[in-house]
Design a protein around this ligand. Sequence first.
Ligand code: C5P
Length: 233
Amino acid sequence: MQRPRPRHVALVPAAGSGNRMKSGRPKQYLELLGRPLIRHAVDTLCAAPDIDRVYVVLSVGDQEWDRYDWSALEPKLVSLFCGGASRADSVLNGLRAIRDDMADSDWVLVHDAARPCLAPWHLERLLQTLSDDEVGGLLAVPVADTLKRDDGHGHSVETVSRERLWQAQTPQMFRYIMLRRALERAREVTDEASAIEAAGLHPRLVEGDATNLKVTYPLDLHVAEWILENRAR
Ligand code: C5P
């Protein structure tokens, strides 16, 4: 008998405060081309035919989400007000909140709300490369620059080899149960792949590109705007 196709769901942690943007407003709601930043990635995820559902994890006290009209993306888009103190806590709380809707082998694609330039071809490449993978993996880009370690006072003490180094991006795609168990054991991680590595497994690095940048500092917002505008042309 043929096994049913595992489902793909996206989980977007969006419960951060975005302090490094210095805007006084959570960065997922900063305006980017007339829309809240988070809307861009959520639109791309909702439009992807292979993604069955898109969950957004918001902070418990989020006051902004309901000020926008999301009805065009429903019922595929579902909001969960269960964010935690760290990104890993927000993802784990989200995974726990959806447990009744998930089979153990369903794929979860965790994508930062702060990466608005996710494109359909990024998703296609990730899904295609990982469809038969035992572990799962993530979009990433090989490091191009020479890397330096400082002495804590702005002077270089060491050149770090860039050989075999990659910059991790999102989405990061793993089986539901594998990811939940890994995050339950490794809480101090900054991405899902680190939790999977801590469990002794080796996530696949799927080469993406630099346009899938994370908006962290004010300048990033302008770069993201430029990317989206030029793509639309
Ligand atoms: O702050 P940073 O850019 O690393 O956040 C990455 C993603 O994790 C963002 O989408 C942010 O909203 C989310 N996050 C979260 N809960 C936290 C901290 C960050 O969902 N407590």
